[in-house]
Design a binder for this molecule. Structure first.
Ligand code: PEP
Ligand code: MN
Length: 337
């Protein structure tokens, strides 16, 4: 971290900064230039608040050198991390497709869909048993019964199960059934939940918060990593903007950007990201073209009668066609699907 003092700052203001950062455990090196003085700090700059230092008298700006997150950063861990889910490696050359309904509606529907998406090329089945709903009057998910159906679908097809956990108290239960714990957009900053997910052994799919910056998202991942769980995957699912033509704005530029900041696998959810069935396939192709390691896609056999998110679900036939067209894009960017 470099602290740039304002031109002509009095010596006692520089001394004050030097004393305070020393108390905070960093080693300051003062460089007196012809125009202005800068204080370079050696040590773990994450221990000090940049905003606080910028409020000190005489300080013009503070320039961080290190990312605020450590374990999620490529500064510490240069090689890409691969996350093994039932023998499939997310973050490797092959792109992993996770597909299934928004929510588990019944035993038959989830088992049937599991067979269909597997046949089309999915490596994992998605489906929420605990659903975060805007309205408390809306269907909240089948809870443990839904988890049991997902486990049956895994038995029947061999697909890994990805399902959402909404509270730290649910982590034990959900991790007994799931192969990957999904932490949803609305819970990206539920720090107790992040810590609890970090203390158990199953991989975690961490969705981006509706209004989260990349730094906030990577710091959320850091909470999980810091507890000892190295298997974290990030999933871009669109952010809230002024735009109304899609449900959210799918921020695909974040994919290559994340690849330069973190070693964690990056997935994209074009279903929630657009909220429109006709945009799922084109945005899936775009996600692969810009470097996504996997896709999370909502599939339903009769989207019009889906209990949740029917407007953005595609059918299994459409999913099978999507896989074929994504395969061609994957080959073009030297990936496999
Ligand atoms: C979901 O994947 O079903 C979901 C609720 O997603 P998000 O948390 O991104 O809204
Ligand atoms: Mn959904």
């Amino acid at each position: 971290m470099i602290i740039v003092m304002k031109p002509g700052t009095a010596k006692d203001q520089v001394d004050h900064v030097v004393d305070r950062v020393t108390e905070l455990g960093l080693q300051p090196h003062t460089i007196i230039g012809t125009e202005r003085t800068v204080v370079a700090l050696v040590g773990d700059e994450r221990l000090v608040s940049r905003d606080l230092l910028e409020s000190f008298p005489g300080v013009e700006k503070v320039v961080p050198i290190l990312a605020p997150y450590k374990m999620a950063s490529v500064e510490i861990h240069r090689e890409p991390t691969t996350v093994a889910v039932d023998g499939f490696e997310f973050g490797g050359k092959r792109i992993g497709l996770i597909a299934g309904p928004c929510t588990v509606e019944s035993r038959n529907m989830v088992i049937e869909l599991a067979h269909e998406v597997k046949e089309a090329g999915a490596v994992a089945l998605r489906g929420g048993a605990f659903k975060p709903r805007t309205s408390p009057y809306s269907f909240q998910g089948l809870a443990e019964e839904g988890l049991q159906y997902l486990a049956e679908a895994r038995e029947a097809t061999g697909l890994a199960v990805v399902t959402e956990v909404m509270a730290s108290e649910q982590v034990d239960l959900v991790s007994r059934y799931a192969d990957v714990l999904q932490i949803g957009a609305r819970n990206m900053q539920n720090y107790d939940l992040l810590r609890a997910a970090g203390r158990q052994a199953k991989p975690v799919l961490l969705k981006r918060g509706l209004a989260a910056t990349v730094d906030e998202w990577l710091l959320a991942a850091e909470y999980i990593l810091k507890q000892g769980n190295p298997n974290v995957m990030l999933c871009e699912r669109g952010v809230r903007t002024f735009e109304q033509h899609t449900r959210f704005t799918l921020s695909l530029s974040v994919v290559p950007q994340l690849k330069s900041l973190t070693h964690l696998p990056v997935l994209v959810d074009p279903s929630h990201g657009t909220g429109r069935r006709n945009l799922v396939e084109p945005m899936s192709r775009a996600a692969i073209a810009c470097g996504a390691d996997g896709l999370l896609i909502e599939v339903h056999d009769n989207p019009e009668s889906a209990m949740l998110d029917g407007q953005q679900c595609i059918t299994s036939q459409q999913f099978a066609r999507l896989v074929e067209s994504c395969r061609r894009v994957a080959e073009a960017v030297d990936r496999e699907l």
